[in-house]
Design a protein around this ligand. Structure first.
Ligand SMILES: C[S@@+](CC[C@H](N)C(=O)[O-])C[C@H]1O[C@@H](n2cnc3c(N)ncnc32)[C@H](O)[C@@H]1O
Length: 144
């Protein structure tokens, strides 16, 4: 009998992920956006490639970006036009492999033990090809 998930180890009971504030590489004008890595963990653990992910309060598209980076499709709703426009741009960049995100495997910064300097890099496009922006962007429609 298995005592753990054969698809991978749970990273822990408490996920420590820096929030998106002024100097975070993903920061936009949205006052309370999610870190992409938070949604990535959920997308990876709860969905398969090609699945749909729905975020009814999508903001600037962190969920959509995480979904596209991981070869999923995403639909969402948002009331603020400015955020929809930012979300569309982020999804397009995610599909093109040019969206800068904080990597999931980067440890939280410890000032007493600083890591060697690493630059933020864009996540490579998903090799499965199912993350094209033309497939995903129209799903980000304004919701009134
Ligand atoms: C906590 S924020 C979501 C941020 C998002 N996770 C991100 O990372 O960008 C909630 C969003 O829901 C939007 N919202 C509020 N009421 C809504 C509604 N009735 N339908 C759709 N979106 C709504 C707000 O404008 C806001 O951008």
């Amino acid at each position: 009998m298995l005592s753990c998930n054969p698809a991978g180890k749970n990273p822990g009971d408490v996920w420590v992920i820096p929030n998106v504030k002024s100097n975070h590489v993903e920061k936009t004008s949205h006052p309370c956006q999610f870190p992409v890595e938070l949604v990535e963990r959920l997308v990876l653990s709860l969905t398969e490639k090609g699945d749909w992910v729905l975020d009814p309060f999508i903001g600037v598209g962190s969920t959509a970006a995480a979904a596209v980076l991981r070869g999923r499709k995403c639909a969402g709703a948002e009331t603020v036009q400015e955020y929809i426009e930012i979300a569309r741009k982020r999804v397009k960049k995610a599909a093109a492999g040019t969206l800068l995100t904080r990597p999931m495997d980067r440890p939280v910064y410890d000032p007493k033990n600083p890591p060697s300097k690493k630059k933020d890099t864009a996540f490579p496009p998903c090799p499965c090809g199912s993350s094209s922006s033309t497939m995903n962007v129209p799903a980000l429609a304004p919701h009134h």
